[in-house]
Design a protein around this ligand. Sequence first.
Ligand code: SF4
Length: 438
Amino acid sequence: MHRFSIRVFGCQMNSYDGDRLRTAMLHNGWKESPEDEADVVILVTCSIRAKAEQKAVSEIGRYDAIYRRKKAPAVVLVGCMAQRTGREIAKKFPSVRVVAGPRHLGLVPQAATEISEKTPQRFFMDDDPRALTDLEVVPTARTNPFKAYVTITYGCDRFCSYCIVPYVRGRLQSRSPEAILSETRTLAEGGVKEITLLGQNVDAYGKDMDGGTRFSSLLRSVSEQPGLIRLRFATSHPKDFDEDILEVMAEKPDICRAINLPVQSGSDRILREMNRGYTSGQYLSLVEKIRSALPDVSITTDLIVGFPGETDAEFRESYDLLKEVKFDIVHTAAYSPREGTRAAVMEGQIDNRIKAARLNEINALQSEIARASNEEYTGRELEILADGFAPKGTGKIQGRTMTDKVVIIEGDERDFGRLINVRVTRASHWSLEGERTG
Ligand code: SF4
């Protein structure tokens, strides 16, 4: 029996791919082991920022040094970075035996089984952005038994000017509703309590299929599956977020009141340069609609500072938008040029020190907003789904509310996967503390 180890970098879609690869390898007779005992290390990589790639390359260098001495572990490189630079990486590191783009994962378990010193390096690249050879596996071997991700779309057609995703994950392709429902049914029957439907832009689901199912009807069908307690989805796009999604959410209490709606900038000129397809005014009116349909909703967003050409005044527009909307969480990032994207060659690239200063300023503002928003929860009684140990403190566990707030309470692993009623006793920027109410 061969042993493998798997490491996942980056986003939730990579976690899903990692769980499916793990499941497929186990089905093929492999055993999961610590990496220092593994014959093969699978790296599920990310390209979204230069830092994520540098970290993966440094890890490959470490495995390669061991491989040159011991002929193990062989490296199987998959995911976005594999697609973007996998061929060059394989030239430099002989330990890299298999390279596969995100749309060719279906070929990876067999290729891993066929690795030997005599076989050449193998490449399964997504040269055709619409081709797909996916893994037909339900991710039953997960790190969290109560929560699961299910991808509903591959790729993205939006081509935001800063984003590498359409180049490494290919064009939008929706999975069939039958395949998604069969997967969510298997997961719910296997004890999963919470499913998150994933896509780069879930709201675009079905828009690539003539007369196909829309995201709202998929959401309704999945939420009606017996056994499932909670349903989430990510990520939304303001241009594709249709009002019928709100109607289904309002009608179905099991769909979590949490929407990630990336705004990226508060400046209309920058939004145009980013090719986002909406203005800040249109974004604000969508937020208003969401809040009036779902008064208890939490809205999170993503924001880039230091996009090429961003002036101080344009940065101020982003700052003011955050003050106005008061998001629950803002995932902020300083603009990081990605080779091959339009923004990487735009004039007016911003100095790193200016980007860092803008990032600090916006993070300080959001930290205050998040604390104030969390403080409003103090004294409230809520239901959480307990899902793991708290990162700090012995005898503490954490769970999430329907609005995706993390609440830390006393408890142990027997609580995992259970709904627990809590009263919030304390709030901080990033989480809440609470006590059980019965
Ligand atoms: S919507 Fe834009 S930012 Fe999101 S994955 Fe597609 S191209 Fe990238």
